[in-house]
Each structure stands twice: as structure tokens, then as C-alpha cells.
Design a protein around this ligand. Sequence first.
Ligand SMILES: Nc1ncnc2c1ncn2[C@@H]1O[C@H](COP(=O)(O)OP(=O)(O)OP(=O)(O)O)[C@@H](O)[C@H]1O
Ligand SMILES: Cc1cn([C@H]2C[C@H](O)[C@@H](COP(=O)(O)O)O2)c(=O)[nH]c1=O
Length: 202
Amino acid sequence: MFITFEGIDGCGKSTQARLLFELLNKGGGAVLTREPGGWEGGGLLRGMVLDGGLRHPWSELFLFMLDRTEHAARVIAPALAEGRHVICERYHDSTLAYQVWGRGMPFEPLRDMAALAALPVPDITLFFKISPETALARVGKRGKPDSFEREGLAFMRKIDEGYGELAKLEPRRWAVIECGGKDPAEVFELVKSVLAERGVSL
Ligand SMILES: Nc1ncnc2c1ncn2[C@@H]1O[C@H](COP(=O)(O)OP(=O)(O)OP(=O)(O)O)[C@@H](O)[C@H]1O
Ligand SMILES: Cc1cn([C@H]2C[C@H](O)[C@@H](COP(=O)(O)O)O2)c(=O)[nH]c1=O
């Protein structure tokens, strides 16, 4: 299964992805990866985009698409071909939430890029929903914020709205995980319940 984890900065995706990986990787049956940067050479792209050095929204988009096509070719597709689960923190839906709702770029062309590039399609997308206020408070407790985290609350509210709309467009693929007021273990119980309902043997 190709399972993607989505949500605003600080929603808890990485925490949950690590828990699921530990559960599914018995016998090496899973791969844990992320975007941007989840492939050899991807670290350079990650640094470029998160340092805030790009000046044009299309530059940012092309960088994320370059990262994704290489990540898909080198990591995602081979793992799926071997019959392994792929757990991926952020994927094409992050481009739609952040570059469309966040940056105001056009939805249809950016949506269609995934099919044009013949990117693997996720089987399940988990949206970790939490208030932007709570998420940014968590981000604030960590180190230096990246260029997106520095955009602030109004930007994150737009991203959150975008995820909500994306989830409505494809309810069979998406599952909204309500994280408010729950500790990581409680959120993970929701994750396991959703995956079991969708036929993932845990
Ligand atoms: N359910 C939770 N309750 C309270 N704190 C949490 C919870 N889940 C994660 N955290 C904490 O919130 C912070 C962000 O968590 P995490 O890195 O998993 O989020 P993320 O969505 O991957 O963030 P980013 O997109 O910025 O990488 C971390 O300090 C983590 O320990
Ligand atoms: C894949 C992808 C990511 N982004 C943004 C979203 C986040 O703010 C950063 C990645 O940071 P994280 O700590 O790894 O979550 O990049 C984006 O704008 N578009 C994308 O396609």
C-alpha cells in the first residue's frame, strides 16, 4: 500500500509516520520516506526550498515537482514493485495545499501534473487535522522555523482550508484524523482503526 501523510506544519505527521513504520516494517515490509528530500540528492533541493531562497512561486513548484519525480522513480515505485508498504510524509497533495491554496497558483494545472508525470497514486491519504494555532505553537517550540513556517497563522489557515477541500474531493482515498486534544498514542489508535477499515493488515 502507498500511504501518504498530510497536514499543516506541526500537525504530528512525522510522529505518526514513525509509529506506523515501526508497526509495518516487521520483516522489512515497509519504507518510510518524505518530501521534499526523501532520496539521494534530495537534501540539496530540500535546503533550497526551505531556506526561502527562491523568489518565484513557479520556481518553488518546479523544485517540488523535480524532487517528487526523482523520489518516485528512485524510492516509491521500486518499493511498491517489491510489494512493500510505502509510508510517505507529504506528497502531491502538499503541492496542492501549499502552492494552490497557499501561494494562489492554479488548481487544475497543478493537479494534472501528477498524472502527466505518471506519478504513483496513493492508496490512502491521512490528513492530520489540528488547529493552525496549536500547530504553530508546537512549531514555535522547535528550532528555527523554515520559510513556510515563517509565513504565519493566516497562511496556515489557508493551507488547512485547502486540505479540507482536497479531502472532500476524494473521500475514498482520504481519511481525516482529528488530532485536537489527543496525545500521540490516541492519534495512532485512530490511524490504526482507519487503516484496518481500509484493508491494511496491521
Ligand atoms: N498528538 C500530539 N500531541 C502533542 N504534541 C505532539 C503530538 N504529535 C506530535 N507532537 C509534537 O509536535 C511537534 C511536531 O510533531 P511532528 O514533527 O510529528 O509534526 P509534523 O507534522 O511532522 O511537523 P512538520 O511538518 O513541521 O515536520 C513535535 O514536537 C512533536 O513531539
Ligand atoms: C512536499 C511539499 C512541501 N511543501 C512545504 C510544506 C512544509 O512547510 C515544507 C516541508 O517541511 P516539513 O517539515 O518536511 O513538513 O515544504 C510545499 O509547499 N509543497 C510541497 O509539495
